[in-house]
Design a protein around this ligand. Sequence first.
Ligand code: SAM
Ligand code: SF4
Ligand code: F3S
Length: 452
Amino acid sequence: MSTSTLLGKTYFVRTFGCQMNMHDAERVSGLLDSCGCLPATDLESADIAVFMTCCVREKADTRLYGQCSSLKSAPVPPCGRRVVAVGGCIAQRDGAGLLTNLDNVNVVFGTHSIAHVAELIADAFETEDPQVRCEEIEDSAATDMPWHRETAYHAWVPIMTGCNNFCSYCIVPYVRGREKSRPFEEIVDEITGLSRQGVREITLLGQNVNSYGRDLFGRPRFAELLRAAGETGIERIRFTSSHPKDLLPETIDAMAEVPAVMPNLHLAVQSGSSRILKAMNRKYTREDYLSLVEAVRARIPGIALSTDIIVGFPGETEEDFRETLSLAEQVGYAQAFTFIYSRRAGTPAAEIVDDTPHEVIQDRFDRLVAVIQDTAYAFNQHDLGATVPVLMEGASKHDPRVLQGKSPKNQTVHAPVPAGRAASDYAGAIVDVKVDTARTWYLSGGIVGEPR
Ligand code: SAM
Ligand code: SF4
Ligand code: F3S
């Protein structure tokens, strides 16, 4: 069916979950733009409401049901009919099953079917029958689709899709499929093009970027990719996520030697107890992780380390948890994403019986958050008095007279908009900020010199 029926219709994409979904949402928006659709200001007024869903934890699952159902009572949009499309990881997991519980959904498209979203939505406008497409197609990386970037100065660059690791708690390999790397030259060409278009910072994306290329070349080539990206003219390179078991010395060398690679590393630890790490199928021990941190710090002094930690994995004892606390203190994380374990049906950990009361786990979680606040605060104190180059995003959400941006170490930095200037003059510019205040989650100070 032709997508001409979409011309002039408005759309809004609500995204849950990780950067993979954010980038997939940009592709959905890009495809709808290319069919002549226009962005709406909110979900309720849009002719096409798209949800990009996440099922990594139960909370993300339930949010879709609330938000999608509440659209039933929203006024009919301008075109006379609303089409609701659900994509992302819940769509991939549940397929047509989603329609049983969400009777206002017209389109379900899986993580491998993004390329078909415009046709599916166009078909849904022509018929009352729900459109469902979740099967795996060969070209799941689908890199030649148009995409609509949220900002002009930053771009997500997926280098691979899927995950082969099967951590025992995690649903991702089941909903994103196996690792599939994009061709090396294609990625480098894309980064070169982005740099020419004025993009200043890229984030290379994959569930485990350190194994990039293993399926193409028989061995990981992430270090080479970092070096090639560093030659493209792009000013700032970040990447996520890094699995500790695959972080090679050659990658640490590339990080240290390529000036555009920013001095921050997200290295998910998940637990500080070797016993729990084994049960999680992470394939490294506490000692392996700490040696890796030492190796990284030796090559890149002052690097900001961030992590993901799960509290309350089935069978975790107070002793195991204390090992997590002590590891967090020892590493001195600049930032950490902390999660309470969420049982995901179909994963091996879901079979482990554990009767630890929720209050005990909540108490551990609160103690961990307190430790991370301390380490983050201590980390930021090192930059007091320093002048840091900040890639400005624009005005802070809380105060239009204050600029907000990111330092090389990925710290949030605030600075007042200089007199006589507008916040918008600085969006996408790199400016030096002399830091006079260092708090737990941000630095602030005054702008020195001109934006560049
Ligand atoms: N591939 C990335 C890695 O291994 O670093 C992470 C991907 S996952 C989208 C992000 C984080 O969600 C994981 O690092 C883990 O901490 C958390 N997570 C995954 N499954 C979870 C579960 N069942 N319960 C709680 N947190 C979970
Ligand atoms: Fe999930 Fe582990 Fe893969 Fe990360 S590496 S996506 S935590 S299975
Ligand atoms: Fe969620 Fe899927 Fe990402 S489950 S965390 S959106 S890969």
